[in-house]
Design a protein around this ligand. Structure first.
Ligand code: GRF
Length: 210
C-alpha cells in the first residue's frame, strides 16, 4: 500500500481527481494519508474533510520564520508516513531538505508541456497566458519528479491538449485540467504505486504492466 500525502494551496480539483480515482479503482494499492495546505482557506481542505482524509494546515502566517516553517512542513509529511508526496497546486517552494530526503518521491503536476512555459514565474494562469501569447497550437500538462530546480526534474507523463481559436487563459486552463491534469496525475500515482517508474540518468523509464 502506497501512502501518499497531497500538498495543496487552492481549489483542489486535482486532489479531487485523485480521491475519485481511488474510489473508482483507477488508482489501486494507494491511500491518501493526509492533505497538507499552506492556506487555511483552501477549498482543497474541505474536499479532504468531506472524503474523511486528515487535513492539516501549515500556515506561513503562523510560522513566519522560513527555517521553522520548512521544519514544520517536513514534520507534517513525516508524521503522515508519506511514501510519495504529490504536489497538486502547492504554491510554496519545497525545502531543499525535503527534496533530498524524498529524492524521486515527490511529484508535481505542471499545466504545460515542459520545457515550454515552465520555470520561475510560470504558475497558475500565467502559464496559459504565455502559451496564448506565443500562439502555440498545442499545450498540455506534465507530471514530473521534483528536484532542486523549478520544473526541471525527470518527466514521468505528458499529455497534449489543443489550443482553440477564441481561447482565453481561463478557458484553456479548464481544458488542460479536464483533458490532461485530472487524468495524468492519477495515472502517475498508480504507476508509482505499482513500482513501474524508475529514474536513470535524470530520465524516467516506465515499465509495461505485467
Ligand atoms: C493546476 O493547474 C496545477 O497544474 C497547478 O495548479 C493548479 C491547481 O489547481 N500546479 P487545483 O487546486 O488542483 O484545482
Amino acid at each position: 500500500m502506497l501512502n501518499i500525502v497531497v500538498m495543496v494551496s487552492g481549489g483542489g480539483t486535482n486532489l479531487q481527481a485523485i480521491i475519485d480515482a481511488i474510489d473508482a479503482g483507477v488508482i489501486t494499492d494507494t491511500r491518501i494519508a493526509a492533505v497538507i495546505s499552506n492556506n487555511e482557506d483552501a477549498y482543497a481542505l474541505e474536499r479532504a474533510k468531506k472524503a474523511g482524509i486528515p487535513a492539516v494546515c501549515v500556515s506561513r502566517k503562523e510560522i513566519p520564520d522560513r527555517a521553522a516553517y520548512n521544519q514544520a512542513l517536513l514534520a507534517a509529511v513525516e508524521d503522515a508516513g508519506a511514501d510519495l508526496i504529490v504536489l497538486a497546486g502547492f504554491l510554496v517552494v519545497i525545502p531543499t531538505e525535503m527534496i533530498q530526503k524524498y529524492r524521486n518521491r515527490i511529484i508535481n503536476i505542471h499545466p504545460s508541456l515542459i520545457p515550454s512555459f515552465c520555470g520561475t514565474g510560470f504558475y497558475g494562469l500565467k502559464v496559459h497566458e504565455g502559451a496564448l501569447a506565443r500562439g502555440v497550437k498545442l499545450t498540455g500538462a506534465t507530471v514530473h519528479f521534483v528536484d532542486e530546480g523549478t520544473d526541471t526534474g525527470p518527466i514521468i507523463l505528458q499529455k497534449a491538449v489543443a489550443v482553440e481559436d477564441g481561447d482565453t487563459p481561463e478557458i484553456l486552463q479548464r481544458r488542460v485540467m479536464e483533458e490532461a491534469e485530472w487524468k495524468l496525475l492519477p495515472q502517475a500515482i498508480d504507476l508509482i504505486a505499482h513500482h513501474r517508474v524508475s529514474v536513470v540518468d535524470g530520465r524516467t523509464i516506465i515499465r509495461e504492466a505485467e
